[in-house]
Design a protein around this ligand. Structure first.
Ligand code: ATP
Ligand code: MG
Length: 366
Protein backbone atom coordinates (compact mmCIF):
# COMPACT_ATOMS: atom_id res chain seq x y z
CA UNK A 1 0.00 0.00 0.00
CA UNK A 2 1.24 3.52 -0.78
CA UNK A 3 2.39 5.69 2.07
CA UNK A 4 0.56 9.00 1.86
CA UNK A 5 0.70 12.01 4.15
CA UNK A 6 -1.96 14.66 4.56
CA UNK A 7 -1.71 17.59 6.93
CA UNK A 8 -2.62 21.23 6.84
CA UNK A 9 -3.25 24.51 8.56
CA UNK A 10 -6.00 27.08 8.67
CA UNK A 11 -5.01 30.38 7.05
CA UNK A 12 -6.19 32.40 10.05
CA UNK A 13 -2.77 33.95 10.67
CA UNK A 14 0.92 33.45 10.13
CA UNK A 15 2.39 30.21 11.41
CA UNK A 16 3.95 30.17 14.87
CA UNK A 17 6.50 28.05 16.71
CA UNK A 18 3.64 25.87 18.07
CA UNK A 19 2.84 24.84 14.50
CA UNK A 20 6.52 24.30 13.91
CA UNK A 21 7.17 21.89 16.76
CA UNK A 22 3.69 20.33 16.59
CA UNK A 23 3.68 19.46 12.93
CA UNK A 24 5.76 21.52 10.51
CA UNK A 25 9.21 20.37 11.70
CA UNK A 26 8.04 16.76 11.37
CA UNK A 27 6.68 17.36 7.87
CA UNK A 28 10.06 18.61 6.69
CA UNK A 29 11.76 15.54 8.19
CA UNK A 30 9.23 13.18 6.60
CA UNK A 31 9.56 14.96 3.27
CA UNK A 32 13.31 14.51 3.37
CA UNK A 33 13.13 10.88 4.53
CA UNK A 34 12.02 9.84 1.04
CA UNK A 35 9.78 7.17 2.62
CA UNK A 36 6.49 8.60 1.40
CA UNK A 37 4.90 8.19 -2.00
CA UNK A 38 2.91 11.38 -1.77
CA UNK A 39 2.73 14.32 0.64
CA UNK A 40 -0.29 16.62 0.59
CA UNK A 41 -0.27 19.85 2.56
CA UNK A 42 -3.61 21.56 2.60
CA UNK A 43 -4.34 25.18 3.37
CA UNK A 44 -7.74 24.84 4.99
CA UNK A 45 -9.37 28.07 3.88
CA UNK A 46 -12.88 26.60 3.73
CA UNK A 47 -12.48 25.33 7.28
CA UNK A 48 -11.15 28.70 8.39
CA UNK A 49 -14.32 30.30 7.04
CA UNK A 50 -16.46 28.17 9.36
CA UNK A 51 -15.63 30.50 12.23
CA UNK A 52 -14.58 33.55 10.18
CA UNK A 53 -17.51 33.87 7.79
CA UNK A 54 -17.68 37.62 8.34
CA UNK A 55 -13.98 38.14 7.74
CA UNK A 56 -13.12 36.67 4.34
CA UNK A 57 -10.33 39.18 3.76
CA UNK A 58 -8.41 37.74 6.71
CA UNK A 59 -8.41 34.29 5.11
CA UNK A 60 -7.54 35.72 1.69
CA UNK A 61 -4.51 37.60 3.05
CA UNK A 62 -3.25 34.75 5.16
CA UNK A 63 -3.28 32.18 2.38
CA UNK A 64 -0.03 33.60 1.01
CA UNK A 65 1.44 34.13 4.50
CA UNK A 66 0.96 30.46 5.38
CA UNK A 67 2.41 29.36 2.05
CA UNK A 68 5.46 31.58 2.63
CA UNK A 69 5.84 30.10 6.12
CA UNK A 70 5.80 26.58 4.66
CA UNK A 71 8.47 27.41 2.12
CA UNK A 72 10.50 29.26 4.74
CA UNK A 73 10.35 26.28 7.09
CA UNK A 74 11.80 24.05 4.38
CA UNK A 75 8.77 22.49 2.69
CA UNK A 76 9.95 21.66 -0.82
CA UNK A 77 7.25 22.10 -3.47
CA UNK A 78 9.04 19.53 -5.63
CA UNK A 79 8.41 16.90 -2.95
CA UNK A 80 5.09 18.08 -1.50
CA UNK A 81 1.76 19.11 -2.95
CA UNK A 82 0.67 22.32 -1.31
CA UNK A 83 -2.97 22.93 -2.20
CA UNK A 84 -6.00 25.08 -1.40
CA UNK A 85 -8.97 23.34 0.18
CA UNK A 86 -11.76 25.46 -1.35
CA UNK A 87 -10.48 24.73 -4.87
CA UNK A 88 -11.29 21.03 -4.47
CA UNK A 89 -15.10 20.75 -4.69
CA UNK A 90 -14.86 16.97 -4.25
CA UNK A 91 -14.03 17.66 -0.59
CA UNK A 92 -17.37 19.37 -0.08
CA UNK A 93 -19.13 16.54 -1.82
CA UNK A 94 -17.53 13.85 0.31
CA UNK A 95 -18.26 15.86 3.47
CA UNK A 96 -21.93 15.90 2.52
CA UNK A 97 -22.01 12.11 2.20
CA UNK A 98 -20.07 11.64 5.43
CA UNK A 99 -22.60 13.76 7.32
CA UNK A 100 -25.01 10.85 7.05
CA UNK A 101 -22.60 8.59 8.88
CA UNK A 102 -22.14 10.70 12.03
CA UNK A 103 -24.63 11.67 14.72
CA UNK A 104 -25.00 15.13 16.21
CA UNK A 105 -24.28 13.78 19.68
CA UNK A 106 -21.05 12.17 18.46
CA UNK A 107 -19.76 15.53 17.21
CA UNK A 108 -20.93 17.17 20.45
CA UNK A 109 -18.76 14.75 22.41
CA UNK A 110 -15.59 15.73 20.49
CA UNK A 111 -13.44 17.41 23.19
CA UNK A 112 -11.57 19.70 20.77
CA UNK A 113 -14.83 20.96 19.30
CA UNK A 114 -16.15 21.50 22.83
CA UNK A 115 -13.19 23.62 23.91
CA UNK A 116 -13.11 25.56 20.64
CA UNK A 117 -16.81 26.39 20.93
CA UNK A 118 -16.06 27.73 24.40
CA UNK A 119 -13.01 29.70 23.27
CA UNK A 120 -15.05 31.36 20.51
CA UNK A 121 -18.09 32.08 22.70
CA UNK A 122 -20.19 30.05 20.31
CA UNK A 123 -22.20 28.26 23.03
CA UNK A 124 -25.56 29.71 22.00
CA UNK A 125 -24.83 30.33 18.32
CA UNK A 126 -22.70 27.65 16.76
CA UNK A 127 -22.50 27.97 12.98
CA UNK A 128 -23.55 24.62 11.49
CA UNK A 129 -20.45 24.66 9.29
CA UNK A 130 -18.17 25.04 12.31
CA UNK A 131 -19.97 22.26 14.16
CA UNK A 132 -19.41 19.97 11.18
CA UNK A 133 -15.74 20.72 10.64
CA UNK A 134 -14.55 17.41 12.13
CA UNK A 135 -16.59 15.70 9.42
CA UNK A 136 -15.07 17.83 6.70
CA UNK A 137 -11.67 17.06 8.17
CA UNK A 138 -12.41 13.36 7.77
CA UNK A 139 -13.14 14.10 4.11
CA UNK A 140 -9.87 16.06 3.75
CA UNK A 141 -7.84 13.13 5.03
CA UNK A 142 -9.61 10.27 3.32
CA UNK A 143 -10.19 11.79 -0.12
CA UNK A 144 -6.42 11.55 -0.51
CA UNK A 145 -6.35 8.10 1.12
CA UNK A 146 -3.80 9.38 3.62
CA UNK A 147 -2.11 6.76 5.75
CA UNK A 148 -0.21 9.19 7.99
CA UNK A 149 -1.31 12.47 9.52
CA UNK A 150 1.42 14.37 11.41
CA UNK A 151 -0.38 16.85 13.70
CA UNK A 152 -0.47 18.29 17.21
CA UNK A 153 -2.35 16.67 20.07
CA UNK A 154 -5.52 18.77 19.61
CA UNK A 155 -6.15 16.80 16.43
CA UNK A 156 -6.39 13.42 18.17
CA UNK A 157 -10.21 13.49 18.50
CA UNK A 158 -10.47 14.40 14.79
CA UNK A 159 -8.45 11.36 13.81
CA UNK A 160 -10.54 9.10 16.03
CA UNK A 161 -13.68 10.46 14.42
CA UNK A 162 -12.17 10.02 10.96
CA UNK A 163 -11.43 6.37 11.64
CA UNK A 164 -15.00 5.78 12.83
CA UNK A 165 -16.33 7.33 9.63
CA UNK A 166 -13.99 5.22 7.49
CA UNK A 167 -15.11 2.03 9.22
CA UNK A 168 -18.77 2.90 8.79
CA UNK A 169 -18.31 3.94 5.16
CA UNK A 170 -16.38 0.80 4.24
CA UNK A 171 -18.87 -1.33 6.11
CA UNK A 172 -21.80 -0.01 4.10
CA UNK A 173 -20.28 0.74 0.72
CA UNK A 174 -17.20 -1.51 0.47
CA UNK A 175 -13.50 -1.12 1.22
CA UNK A 176 -12.64 2.17 -0.45
CA UNK A 177 -11.41 4.41 2.32
CA UNK A 178 -8.20 4.03 4.33
CA UNK A 179 -7.92 4.43 8.11
CA UNK A 180 -5.16 6.97 8.78
CA UNK A 181 -2.60 6.86 11.58
CA UNK A 182 -1.93 9.96 13.65
CA UNK A 183 1.72 10.90 14.05
CA UNK A 184 2.12 12.96 17.22
CA UNK A 185 5.35 14.74 18.18
CA UNK A 186 7.62 12.42 20.18
CA UNK A 187 8.69 15.18 22.54
CA UNK A 188 5.89 15.83 25.04
CA UNK A 189 6.61 19.59 25.19
CA UNK A 190 5.65 19.76 21.50
CA UNK A 191 2.25 18.09 21.77
CA UNK A 192 0.56 21.35 22.66
CA UNK A 193 3.05 24.17 22.99
CA UNK A 194 1.73 26.82 25.42
CA UNK A 195 1.51 30.49 24.51
CA UNK A 196 4.08 33.05 25.72
CA UNK A 197 1.50 34.00 28.38
CA UNK A 198 1.67 30.47 29.79
CA UNK A 199 -1.88 29.74 28.58
CA UNK A 200 -2.82 26.24 27.51
CA UNK A 201 -2.07 26.50 23.78
CA UNK A 202 -0.20 28.88 21.56
CA UNK A 203 -2.89 29.80 19.07
CA UNK A 204 -3.29 32.36 16.32
CA UNK A 205 -6.70 33.23 17.72
CA UNK A 206 -5.36 33.96 21.22
CA UNK A 207 -2.58 36.42 20.37
CA UNK A 208 0.07 34.65 22.45
CA UNK A 209 2.31 33.57 19.61
CA UNK A 210 5.91 33.72 18.49
CA UNK A 211 5.65 33.73 14.72
CA UNK A 212 8.17 32.02 12.47
CA UNK A 213 8.53 35.34 10.65
CA UNK A 214 9.07 37.52 13.77
CA UNK A 215 12.08 39.82 13.45
CA UNK A 216 14.94 39.47 15.99
CA UNK A 217 13.58 42.59 17.70
CA UNK A 218 10.02 41.27 17.98
CA UNK A 219 11.36 37.95 19.20
CA UNK A 220 13.44 39.61 21.90
CA UNK A 221 10.46 41.60 23.23
CA UNK A 222 8.29 38.47 23.33
CA UNK A 223 10.89 36.26 25.02
CA UNK A 224 11.68 38.91 27.61
CA UNK A 225 8.03 39.22 28.58
CA UNK A 226 7.46 35.46 28.78
CA UNK A 227 5.70 33.82 31.67
CA UNK A 228 8.10 31.99 34.03
CA UNK A 229 7.73 31.13 37.72
CA UNK A 230 5.82 33.91 39.53
CA UNK A 231 7.30 32.81 42.88
CA UNK A 232 10.88 33.09 41.64
CA UNK A 233 11.49 36.71 42.59
CA UNK A 234 15.13 36.68 43.72
CA UNK A 235 17.90 34.78 41.94
CA UNK A 236 18.87 32.76 44.99
CA UNK A 237 15.35 31.38 45.46
CA UNK A 238 14.62 27.88 44.11
CA UNK A 239 12.65 28.09 40.85
CA UNK A 240 9.87 25.83 39.60
CA UNK A 241 9.87 24.16 36.19
CA UNK A 242 6.25 23.12 36.07
CA UNK A 243 4.21 25.55 33.98
CA UNK A 244 7.36 27.58 33.37
CA UNK A 245 7.02 28.45 29.70
CA UNK A 246 10.70 29.27 29.18
CA UNK A 247 11.63 25.73 30.18
CA UNK A 248 8.81 24.22 28.12
CA UNK A 249 10.19 26.01 25.07
CA UNK A 250 13.71 24.86 25.96
CA UNK A 251 12.35 21.30 26.16
CA UNK A 252 10.89 21.76 22.68
CA UNK A 253 13.89 23.38 21.01
CA UNK A 254 17.14 22.93 22.93
CA UNK A 255 19.87 20.56 21.73
CA UNK A 256 23.03 19.66 23.68
CA UNK A 257 25.04 21.44 21.00
CA UNK A 258 23.28 24.70 21.90
CA UNK A 259 25.12 24.75 25.24
CA UNK A 260 28.50 24.67 23.56
CA UNK A 261 27.42 27.52 21.32
CA UNK A 262 25.46 29.76 23.67
CA UNK A 263 25.87 28.70 27.32
CA UNK A 264 29.10 26.74 27.83
CA UNK A 265 28.84 26.84 31.65
CA UNK A 266 26.37 23.95 31.39
CA UNK A 267 26.58 20.66 29.50
CA UNK A 268 22.93 19.99 28.93
CA UNK A 269 19.37 21.01 29.79
CA UNK A 270 19.23 18.78 32.85
CA UNK A 271 22.18 20.64 34.42
CA UNK A 272 20.48 23.96 33.73
CA UNK A 273 17.19 22.73 35.20
CA UNK A 274 18.97 21.40 38.30
CA UNK A 275 20.59 24.77 38.92
CA UNK A 276 17.28 26.58 38.43
CA UNK A 277 15.38 24.38 40.89
CA UNK A 278 18.28 24.52 43.39
CA UNK A 279 18.26 28.32 43.28
CA UNK A 280 20.92 30.78 42.13
CA UNK A 281 19.99 30.93 38.45
CA UNK A 282 18.08 33.95 37.18
CA UNK A 283 15.26 33.96 34.63
CA UNK A 284 17.23 36.50 32.57
CA UNK A 285 20.01 33.98 31.81
CA UNK A 286 17.48 31.33 30.78
CA UNK A 287 15.57 33.77 28.59
CA UNK A 288 18.74 34.95 26.90
CA UNK A 289 19.70 31.35 26.17
CA UNK A 290 16.24 30.64 24.76
CA UNK A 291 16.40 33.78 22.66
CA UNK A 292 19.72 32.67 21.14
CA UNK A 293 18.33 29.24 20.33
CA UNK A 294 15.14 30.60 18.76
CA UNK A 295 17.09 33.11 16.69
CA UNK A 296 19.36 30.32 15.54
CA UNK A 297 16.36 28.26 14.35
CA UNK A 298 14.37 31.15 12.88
CA UNK A 299 17.16 32.97 11.05
CA UNK A 300 17.42 30.50 8.13
CA UNK A 301 13.60 30.67 7.82
CA UNK A 302 13.67 34.48 7.74
CA UNK A 303 16.28 34.34 4.99
CA UNK A 304 14.37 31.81 2.88
CA UNK A 305 11.13 33.77 3.36
CA UNK A 306 12.82 36.93 2.08
CA UNK A 307 13.83 35.15 -1.13
CA UNK A 308 10.31 33.83 -1.77
CA UNK A 309 8.75 37.20 -0.92
CA UNK A 310 10.57 38.56 -3.96
CA UNK A 311 8.63 36.22 -6.24
CA UNK A 312 5.02 36.20 -5.03
CA UNK A 313 3.70 35.31 -8.50
CA UNK A 314 5.94 32.24 -8.37
CA UNK A 315 4.55 31.32 -4.95
CA UNK A 316 0.97 31.52 -6.26
CA UNK A 317 2.10 29.30 -9.13
CA UNK A 318 3.37 26.73 -6.64
CA UNK A 319 -0.07 26.77 -5.01
CA UNK A 320 -1.88 26.50 -8.33
CA UNK A 321 0.21 23.56 -9.49
CA UNK A 322 -0.16 21.78 -6.14
CA UNK A 323 -3.91 22.31 -6.26
CA UNK A 324 -4.17 20.93 -9.82
CA UNK A 325 -2.28 17.79 -8.78
CA UNK A 326 -4.46 17.34 -5.70
CA UNK A 327 -7.61 17.80 -7.77
CA UNK A 328 -6.66 14.88 -10.00
CA UNK A 329 -6.37 12.56 -7.03
CA UNK A 330 -9.61 13.94 -5.57
CA UNK A 331 -11.50 13.24 -8.80
CA UNK A 332 -10.26 9.65 -8.91
CA UNK A 333 -11.39 8.93 -5.37
CA UNK A 334 -14.76 10.62 -5.75
CA UNK A 335 -15.42 8.48 -8.81
CA UNK A 336 -14.84 5.38 -6.71
CA UNK A 337 -17.06 6.82 -3.98
CA UNK A 338 -19.95 7.52 -6.33
CA UNK A 339 -19.70 4.06 -7.78
CA UNK A 340 -19.65 2.45 -4.34
CA UNK A 341 -22.57 4.61 -3.18
CA UNK A 342 -24.63 3.62 -6.22
CA UNK A 343 -24.99 7.19 -7.47
CA UNK A 344 -22.89 6.93 -10.62
CA UNK A 345 -26.03 6.67 -12.80
CA UNK A 346 -24.68 8.14 -15.99
CA UNK A 347 -21.38 6.22 -15.94
CA UNK A 348 -23.13 2.90 -15.42
CA UNK A 349 -24.08 1.63 -18.88
CA UNK A 350 -25.25 -1.65 -17.39
CA UNK A 351 -27.74 0.07 -15.11
CA UNK A 352 -29.33 1.85 -18.01
CA UNK A 353 -29.52 -1.20 -20.28
CA UNK A 354 -30.81 -3.50 -17.51
CA UNK A 355 -33.54 -1.08 -16.61
CA UNK A 356 -34.43 -0.48 -20.23
CA UNK A 357 -34.81 -4.25 -20.62
CA UNK A 358 -36.82 -4.54 -17.42
CA UNK A 359 -39.33 -1.87 -18.36
CA UNK A 360 -39.64 -3.17 -21.90
CA UNK A 361 -40.47 -6.66 -20.65
CA UNK A 362 -42.80 -5.30 -18.01
CA UNK A 363 -44.77 -3.36 -20.56
CA UNK A 364 -44.88 -6.21 -23.10
CA UNK A 365 -46.26 -8.63 -20.52
CA UNK A 366 -49.14 -6.32 -19.75
P1 ATP B 1 -6.70 28.60 15.04
O1 ATP B 1 -6.59 29.31 16.34
O2 ATP B 1 -7.19 29.42 13.92
O3 ATP B 1 -7.41 27.27 15.16
P2 ATP B 1 -4.21 27.26 15.38
O4 ATP B 1 -3.06 28.08 15.86
O5 ATP B 1 -4.90 26.35 16.33
O6 ATP B 1 -5.21 28.24 14.64
P3 ATP B 1 -4.40 25.32 13.26
O7 ATP B 1 -4.28 25.78 11.85
O8 ATP B 1 -5.75 25.02 13.84
O9 ATP B 1 -3.66 26.40 14.17
O10 ATP B 1 -3.47 24.04 13.48
C1 ATP B 1 -2.56 23.55 12.50
C2 ATP B 1 -1.68 22.44 13.02
O11 ATP B 1 -0.78 22.93 14.01
C3 ATP B 1 -2.42 21.28 13.69
O12 ATP B 1 -1.74 20.08 13.37
C4 ATP B 1 -2.29 21.55 15.15
O13 ATP B 1 -2.32 20.37 15.91
C5 ATP B 1 -0.90 22.19 15.21
N1 ATP B 1 -0.80 23.14 16.32
C6 ATP B 1 -1.44 24.32 16.43
N2 ATP B 1 -1.12 24.94 17.58
C7 ATP B 1 -0.23 24.12 18.21
C8 ATP B 1 0.49 24.20 19.45
N3 ATP B 1 0.36 25.25 20.25
N4 ATP B 1 1.31 23.18 19.80
C9 ATP B 1 1.45 22.10 18.98
N5 ATP B 1 0.81 21.97 17.80
C10 ATP B 1 -0.03 22.96 17.41
MG1 MG C 1 -6.81 25.22 15.59
Amino acid sequence: MSKIILTGDRPTGKLHIGHYVGSLRRRVELQNSGEYDKIFIMIADAQALTDNADNPEKIRQNLIEVTLDYLAAGIDPEKCNIFVQSAIPELTELTFYYMNLVTVSRVQRNPTVKSEIQARNFEANIPVGFFCYPISQAADITLFKATTVPVGEDQKPMLEQTNEIVRRFNNIYGEIMVEPNILLPENSACLRLPGTDGKAKMSKSLGNCIYLSDSPKELKTKVNSMYTDPEHIHIEQPGHLEGNTVFTYLDAFCLDSDFEKFLPDYKNLQELKDHYTRGGLGDGTCKKFLLNILNDRLEPMRQRRKVYEQDIEGVYDILRRGTEEARKVAQETIKEVRHAMRIDYFDDKELISTQAKYFKEKNNIK
